[in-house]
Design a protein around this ligand. Structure first.
Ligand code: FAD
Length: 655
């Protein structure tokens, strides 16, 4: 059965893509919130209605399998399941004390950005003004998630999200300076550091006395992070490693005193004795000697944030500075990146909030053709879409942060989706803001052009959105592939696996007959959102049917079907977006929140359009012969362009 070999093969491709199949652990564990259950959600309702006789042995086997199954909604949707545990009800994870503490921080941090920081000046100077750096240190902004006993503010992920949202509203250049320091720069020490490493480094990093950077990218190694060449050779005495190599485009590279550096080290396989080069993570101090950096890069945006090459020339790194396990550096890198993605979505939700306020201000005050321009349908559609994109991003950011705070271990597809969605939504929203502002939007003074420049990098770094789309699709396919592998074994032993086979065959037959899977979200969403719930379920069924068909068709070859994978990822993103807004709007309706009816409109509008996109994409992928022609054409056109070195066609005038 080829299906049985599919999952590991997809896994290897994921590793190669530099996204890994790691299951990040939560930074701060919060007990699941007892009183936060909402009346519209009947406990941890699994909305899979396919009921079976619970006393049968097959049923109990299935129950055991279900228990071992992921709680991730995203993992479930690839299998045609509605796994609602992590998404319904919309989580409220902060206890009273945490909420109060956060409220006390929000005011001063907002005021600081409104009154002290000057984003235009930072952008012009191409560095963060010293008063801002100093003020942020005094506010504790350099150690937001460092435990208080080590000198930090000790915030959980949700509290952190709220504060980075404020930073994102005001200054993305400052945001990257802070993020490169704590979201990636020293996050490895927080997640993987020994007690000694934490005690040695975190207090000074938390106060901002020392600055951190994350050093993975090299001239020949970007998305393909596993191909780095920087090397760390252990000394014969075993007391230190000698580090040699260079890293490029390192945020804070010219400012940092402490670096998380990824390098290849020789690792001996205990079983075979063979020596293999594997990546190991190190905590490297500038003071070790041999660490230098290049000049600040001249960039399109986030100019205030320092970006530089960093060189390691015969740096002696003590063996106790290995971060995590020797040879386990790739996992360390992927955990760090997975762990920080919700922060990017939160910051960009803040950016959009600020930008939308500017667009609205202009639309409400600008008169053309004798009318305020907000009265024109074209402007109204833009503003409404901008609001929807912000609402989805914000809902995703706080859903993922809450899941992490609740101790969820399986959230990496969701985290990747939040990064992709947030960075693309913020770009679209800011671009439309400029359009609404007309010529004024193009001027420097309102500061929107700066935000657009700053935003461009978010679709590129910490995993390009293209690579993350492949990750979303392949990770989902891998989990579905495992199920299909189970199906393969079941076919070999049909009597022992009757339950599995009957269940699968039933599902497939129902799908083919267009009968639907019997899934429903009605038990977990507010009844006013039932229509959107039905659209979501239908879209999920269409999506899962195509995932299954493509896996059966391509088997492990799915890893090379990027045209298909991209479309699967796009629909996965739409589906997750539908579910998070359904969840959040349900909570607001159920609680009688003053904006509940507005949220219902945002949610319904999102679901109507997203469901249509999924329907069209999946129908085309499933049965449209022209789609195959399109893919062949894309490949041929691109090949011809590459062969020709640019456009193949000449000017219509012929010269
Ligand atoms: C301002 C800035 C700050 C940065 N900060 C840091 C930092 O602090 N630390 C750090 O380590 N790095 C940092 N980076 C590096 C950043 O993470 C990389 O630029 C990013 O990972 C992409 O790598 P690359 O630029 O080499 O692009 P490449 O990997 O060469 O990709 C080029 C294009 O090809 C696509 N592509 C690549 N492989 C595939 C594939 N298999 N299938 C389909 N498409 C593919 C990509 O999506 C992309 O569109 C920073 C970069 C910038 C610009």
């Amino acid at each position: 059965m080829q299906a049985a070999r599919m999952a590991p093969s997809v896994g290897r491709q994921l590793q190669r893509l530099g996204v890994g199949s790691s299951r990040p652990r939560a930074l701060v564990w919060q007990p699941p919130p007892g009183p936060a259950r909402r009346p519209y959600a009947s406990g941890a309702a699994q909305a899979v209605l396919e009921k079976s006789n619970s006393s049968s042995p097959e049923a109990s086997t299935r129950e055991k399998q279900a228990k071992a199954e992921s709680k991730s909604f995203a993992v479930g949707m690839f299998k045609g399941q509605l796994t609602t545990d992590q998404v319904f009800p919309y989580p409220s994870v902060l206890n009273e004390e945490q909420t109060q503490f956060l409220k006390e921080l929000v005011g001063p941090v907002s005021r600081f950005f409104e009154e002290v920081n000057d984003p235009a000046k930072n952008d012009m100077m191409e560095k963060v003004e010293e008063t801002t750096m100093q003020g942020l240190k005094e506010l504790g902004a350099f150690g937001l998630q460092v435990p208080s006993e080590l000198g930090g503010v000790g915030l959980c992920n949700t509290q952190y999200a709220r504060l980075v949202e404020i930073v994102g509203t005001h200054d993305l250049g400052v945001g990257i300076t802070l993020g490169a320091h704590q979201s990636i720069g020293f996050k490895g020490i927080l997640l993987f550091g020994t007690k000694a490493q934490k005690e040695k480094y975190l207090p000074k990093l938390a106060s901002g006395e020392t600055i951190a950077a994350f050093c993975l990218t090299e001239p020949s190694s970007g998305s393909d992070a596993a191909s780095i060449r920087t090397s760390a050779v252990p000394s014969p005495c075993g007391k230190y490693y000698t580090l040699n190599g260079s890293k490029i485009w390192i945020s804070n590279g010219g400012l940092a005193d402490v670096f998380t550096v990824f390098a290849k080290t020789p690792v001996t396989d205990a079983a075979t004795g063979a020596v293999k080069e594997k990546i190991t993570a190190f905590v490297v101090e500038r003071s070790f000697g041999g660490v230098t950096h290049g000049p600040p890069e001249k960039k399109m945006g986030i100019k205030a944030s320092n970006t530089a090459e960093v060189y390691f020339d015969g740096v002696r790194v003590p063996s106790e500075n290995v971060l995590g396990k020797v040879g386990g550096g790739f996992k360390v890198a992927m955990h760090i990146l997975n762990n920080g993605r919700f922060g990017m979505a939160a910051a960009l939700a803040g950016t959009m909030r600020g930008i939308i306020a500017k667009a609205v201000d202009h639309a409400a005050n600008r008169t053309q053709f004798g009318e305020k321009i907000h009265n024109f349908g074209l402007i109204q559609e833009k503003l409404a879409r901008m609001a929807m994109l912000q609402y989805v991003t914000e809902s995703m950011a706080y859903m993922v942060s809450a899941n992490m705070d609740q101790g969820a271990t399986d959230f990496q597809i969701e985290a990747a989706i939040s990064k992709i969605f947030g960075s693309e939504a913020a770009w679209k929203v800011t671009d439309e803001c400029i359009q609404i502002m007309g010529g004024m939007g193009f001027m420097k003074e309102p500061g929107v052009e700066r935000v657009l420049r700053d935003l461009r990098i978010f679709r590129i770094f910490e995993g390009t959105n293209d690579i993350l789309r492949l990750f979303v699709a392949l990770q989902g396919c891998m989990d579905k592939g495992k199920e299909l592998s189970g199906l393969g074994s079941a076919l070999k032993n049909p009597f022992g696996n009757a339950g599995l086979l009957l269940g699968e065959a039933g599902k497939q037959l129902r799908r083919r007959a267009g009968l639907g899977s019997g899934l429903s979200l009605s038990a977990v969403i507010h009844q006013e959102l039932n229509r959107s719930g039905e659209l979501t379920v239908k879209a999920l069924e269409q999506f899962a049917a195509v995932v299954e068909a493509k896996l059966i068709k391509h088997k492990k070859g799915i890893v090379n079907e990027q045209f298909v994978l991209q479309r699967l990822a796009d629909s996965a993103i739409d589906l997750y977006a539908m579910v998070v807004v359904l969840s959040r709007a349900s909570r607001s309706l159920s609680e009688g929140h003053p904006t509940a009816q507005h949220e219902k409109m945002l949610c319904d509008s999102w679901c109507i359009e997203a469901a249509a996109r999924v329907r069209e994409n999946m129908a085309a992928l499933q049965s449209d012969p022209q789609q195959q022609e399109l893919f062949r054409n894309f490949k041929s056109i691109s090949t011809a362009l590459v062969e020709r070195g640019g456009m193949v066609t000449s000017n219509p005038l012929g010269f």
